[in-house]
Write a protein that binds this ligand. Structure first.
Ligand code: G4P
Length: 522
């Protein structure tokens, strides 16, 4: 069992849209033998053939909406890549996926540097102490000065960085990278089909000049000296403790620097680690199975409204058909056809180990965050919901389908597609999302999966704040005074819907004993 655990690497690749996450994922699948020719598959084509594309809407738009898993063997390692939606309107989905990984690779566009989504995703990694490796992509394009980029990464992502490879020029003059970790020179051959060969060159010999020219050789030596002077020697433990992020440079599209990244990644990235539950920390080596649901996704077949729940195995061995306890329902459940995911197919499995992701057929029994065990009462900690950024009233557009609409909304909220608030004053339902696209997905899915029609009506809100207080009387006064703006969330918790930053500020000043939270867990 320990061997199985130690060889597993479960991680997510995250980035701001267009930085090259899909391209990098594709190249990793190439090394894993999951696809045959890199570059032959265009970046959004892989989205169309990958298991993640289960919804028509994604296919129409070429947006990776849902999250799926791709697993493959590489050398002695078993790699589980958790794919995340590329579109930022589905950021919540990505946040939840990050609860199921042991580490992350962040892709940054070398010309654009740190972008909004990168910053947000890094916040989630920091919340969970997830170790990260940074891949600076598109070095074949004219970009920013690498030292400036490193400074920006440290400042914007609030983490110390340590370059493990260093670019020799960039854009049209890009000649390759010096792999600091392996002390090797990798020369760049712009070729999307082949894996580039490494050349071992002594950095202090004239061989370097022979390969990259005098000017670049001098610059490289100078840069490396500066790196050694400025950045402390790389220490794996500080990476594992999420204090330092190693940085690699390359070009995913050209398959350059990707193998170096992968080779270093499998060596230093953590294998499955203990998972925090309300009651205690659960170690992967524990003999009894436990796991939690971090993602529920609609099935490919719209005629069967069955879903797949993604379960991360936290401890012990998952076995097909074995009886497991569904903690929230207090029910024994068995799974006769659990699935495993490969890049372009899924297959039934008999067993799975900690770090693995198992797809469980779900006919409505799961909610995000549900725990499965062999009987022990434990609850794994999920990730809080963040205050949505956009709000709309959801109205029934087909009175004959009220029941279907209710069921659809309930199930989509259980899946974590968006957040639902019920206004206590008028009973109207308000859906909160991160972006416009989520409203479209909800409308589409209600119609195609539940046969219900909805209509959106505008509501102007600034933020949803979860409120609590030790002073019950003051809380009551607040709720009475703000009755038009009070709602309950899907779990029945009190939420104050502030319509402007000013109103929120006034409320905070007037009610000093009430705590206003912008996330659902506090
Ligand atoms: P994402 O998943 O992070 O959203 O990014 P994706 O991989 O789809 O890449 C976004 C665009 O950047 C793609 O171009 C892709 O080809 C390009 N790209 C990725 N890596 C590199 C690189 O190393 N160098 C250069 N020059 N470009 C790179 P596109 O035009 O949007 O799509 P496509 O038509 O090429 O598929």
């Amino acid at each position: 069992m320990n061997q199985e655990i130690e060889r597993r690497r479960t991680f997510a690749i995250i980035s701001h849209p267009d930085a090259g996450k899909t391209t990098l994922t594709e190249k990793l699948l190439l090394f894993g033998g999951q696809i045959q020719v890199a570059g032959a598959v265009k970046s959004n084509k892989i989205r169309k053939t990958a298991t993640s594309d289960w919804m028509d809407i994604e296919k129409q738009r070429g947006i990776s909406v849902t999250t799926s898993v791709m697993e493959f063997d590489y050398n002695d390692y078993k790699i589980n890549i958790l794919d995340t939606p590329g579109h930022q309107d589905f950021a919540e989905d990505t946040f939840r996926t990050l609860t199921a990984v042991d580490s992350a690779i962040i892709v940054v566009d070398g010309a654009k540097g740190v972008e909004a989504q990168t910053r947000k995703l890094m916040t989630v990694c920091r919340m969970r102490n997830t170790p990260v490796i940074i891949f600076i992509n598109k070095m074949d394009r004219e970009g920013r000065d690498p030292f400036d980029l490193l400074d920006e990464l440290e400042q914007e992502l609030q983490i110390k960085v340590r370059p493990l490879s260093w670019p020799i020029n960039q854009g049209a003059r890009f000649k390759g990278v010096y792999n600091i970790y392996e002390e090797q020179l990798d020369l760049f051959v712009p070729d999307k089909q082949k894996v580039t060969e490494k050349i071992a060159v002594d950095i202090n010999s004239q061989e370097l000049e022979a390969n990259v020219g005098e000017e670049d050789a001098a610059k490289l030596r100078e840069d490396l000296e500066l790196i050694e002077g400025v950045y402390p020697t790389f220490d794996v433990d500080s990476y594992l403790n999420a204090e330092v992020a190693p940085v690699f440079f390359g070009s995913a599209l050209n398959n350059f620097g990707v193998k170096e990244l992968l080779d270093c990644f499998v060596k230093i990235a953590p294998c499955p680690r203990p998972t925090k539950a309300e009651e205690r920390d659960v170690n992967p080596e524990e003999p009894k199975f436990s796991g939690f649901i971090f993602k529920i996704t609609a099935n490919i077949d719209p005629n069967h409204r069955s879903c797949i729940a993604f379960c991360k195995v936290c401890s012990g061995k998952f076995v097909r058909n074995a009886p497991y306890q569904h903690i929230r329902l207090g029910k024994t459940v068995r799974f006769s056809s659990p699935t495993q995911f490969m890049a372009q197919r899924k297959s039934t499995i008999d067993e799975a180990w900690p770090g693995d992701i198992v797809g469980l057929p779900d006919n409505g029994i799961f909610k995000i965050g549900d725990t499965l065990t062999e009987g022990e009462l434990i609850h794994f900690r999920g990730l809080p919901s963040f205050s949505p950024e956009m709000f709309k009233y959801i109205e029934n557009a087909d009175p004959m389908k009220t029941k279907q609409l209710q069921k659809g909304i309930d199930q989509l909220m259980d899946e974590g597609v968006a957040q639902l608030f019920t206004n206590q004053f008028n009973g109207r339902k308000i859906v909160g999302t991160v972006g416009q696209l989520q409203f479209e997905v909800i409308q589409y899915r209600l119609e195609h999966e539940y046969g219900a029609k909805c209509r959106w009506e505008p509501i102007h809100l600034y933020k949803a704040c979860w409120i609590e207080s030790d002073d019950a009387a003051e809380l009551e006064i607040f709720k009475k005074r703000k009755y038009q703006y009070m709602a309950i969330d899907h779990e029945g918790r009190d939420v104050f819907l502030a319509d402007s930053g000013y109103v929120l500020q006034m409320a905070q000043e007037d009610f000093k004993n009430i705590r206003f939270h912008f996330t659902s867990e506090f």
